[in-house]
Write a protein that binds this ligand. Structure first.
Ligand SMILES: [Zn+2]
Ligand SMILES: [Zn+2]
Length: 270
C-alpha cells in the first residue's frame, strides 16, 4: 500500500541538502504519495558557523511557488520545519515558529548539551552504551517538557551511530527511559513519528522500532505520523509501507494528518 503521507524530508533549504524542492515534489508524485511536509533543519551551530542558516522567508517563497505548480497535480505540500534543540534556543526559535504559517513542527535532539553531536563517532569515546545514551534520553525529556513543537522526531536517532560503535543496539535495555520519553510526549500533547532514516543505516530499523512503538500505544499514545527523512528524491517515501504495517501491528488504526499545527483528521490505516 502506498503511503498517503511523508512528513519528514529536506530540500536545499536545509544546510545538508542540495536538492531543490521541485525535484522532491516530482518524486512524491511519481511514488503516488499525495501529501508531503518539507521539514527543513532549523539548527543552531555553536561550533561550525560556516554552515548555512535556516532562512524562513526563502523557505516560504519556495513553498508558495511549489504549491502553485504542484497542487493542481494532486500533491498537497505542508509547510514544516525540524527544529533542533528547541529547549536551548527558544528565544530565537519561538518568534519564527509563531510568525509564519507552519502546518507541522518537528522537534529533534541531534546534539547533547547543545555541543556534542550523536552522529560523531568521538561522542562515544570512552563511554559505555548507557553512558552515551542516558544523557540523550534525559535531555530529550527536558526538550519535550519545554514544548513548542507538534511531533517528536526520530526518538532514538543516536542508534544509527551507536550500533556501529558498539556493534549492537537493543532498545529493550532502555525501556524505562523510552517510556519516560513517551509519557512526556503524551502529557504535553506532542505526537511521534516513525522515521525510516535508521533503515538506511546498518542498525536497519526505524526510529522507533516496533517494540518501542508498542510501548507508546500501550501507554495511550495516539498521535502518529510517518516520514522518510529523505535528503534526496530516491529516499523519499522509503520504507513507509513497512511503517504502516508496523503501526497496525502496534495497534494503531490511523495516522494523524496535520494542518496549521493541528491534527486535522485521522487517516485510517486500512
Ligand atoms: Zn533529524
Ligand atoms: Zn530530518
Amino acid at each position: 500500500m502506498t503511503s498517503p503521507i511523508d512528513y519528514h524530508m529536506h530540500s536545499n533549504n536545509s544546510w545538508d541538502t542540495r536538492v531543490p524542492m521541485e525535484e522532491m515534489c516530482k518524486a512524491a508524485i511519481d511514488k503516488g504519495i499525495s501529501e508531503i511536509a518539507f521539514t527543513e533543519h532549523f539548527d543552531h551551530f555553536t561550533e561550525n558557523k560556516t554552515k548555512t542558516a535556516y532562512v524562513p522567508d526563502t523557505y516560504f517563497e519556495d513553498i508558495d511557488t511549489n504549491r502553485q505548480y504542484f497542487t493542481e497535480q494532486g500533491l498537497n505540500i505542508l509547510a514544516g520545519v525540524e527544529v533542533g534543540e528547541y529547549h536551548l534556543y527558544r528565544e530565537t526559535v519561538q518568534p519564527i515558529i509563531d510568525g509564519y504559517e507552519y502546518d507541522v513542527v518537528l522537534g529533534s535532539l541531534h546534539w547533547v548539551n547543545g555541543a556534542e553531536s550523536v552522529f560523531q563517532p568521538h561522542y562515544y569515546d570512552g563511554k559505555t552504551i548507557r553512558e552515551a545514551v542516558i544523557p540523550y534520553f534525559t535531555e530529550i525529556v527536558e526538550m519535550i517538557e519545554g514544548g513548542g513543537f507538534d511531533i517528536l522526531s526520530h526518538m532514538d536517532v543516536f542508534k544509527r551511530r551507536a550500533h556501529l560503535v558498539y556493534g549492537k543496539f537493543d532498545i529493550e535495555e532502555f525501556e524505562t527511559e523510552v517510556r519516560d520519553v513517551w509519557q512526556a510526549c503524551i502529557d504535553n500533547n506532542i505526537g511521534i513519528e516513525i522515521n525510516t532514516g535508521g533503515m538506511r543505516w546498518r542498525v536497519n530499523e526505524p526510529h522507533p522500532n516496533l517494540t518501542a512503538l508498542k510501548w507508546y500505544r500501550e501507554m495511550g499514545g495516539e498521535i502518529l505520523t510517518i516520514g522518510s527523512d529523505a535528503h534526496n528524491p530516491a529516499d523519499l517515501g522509503y520504507g513507509l509501507d513497512y511503517t504502516m504495517e508496523m503501526a497496525r501491528e502496534a495497534g494503531f488504526k490511523a495516522l494523524a494528518r496535520f494542518k496549521k499545527r493541528q491534527v486535522a483528521e485521522f487517516i485510517p490505516l486500512t
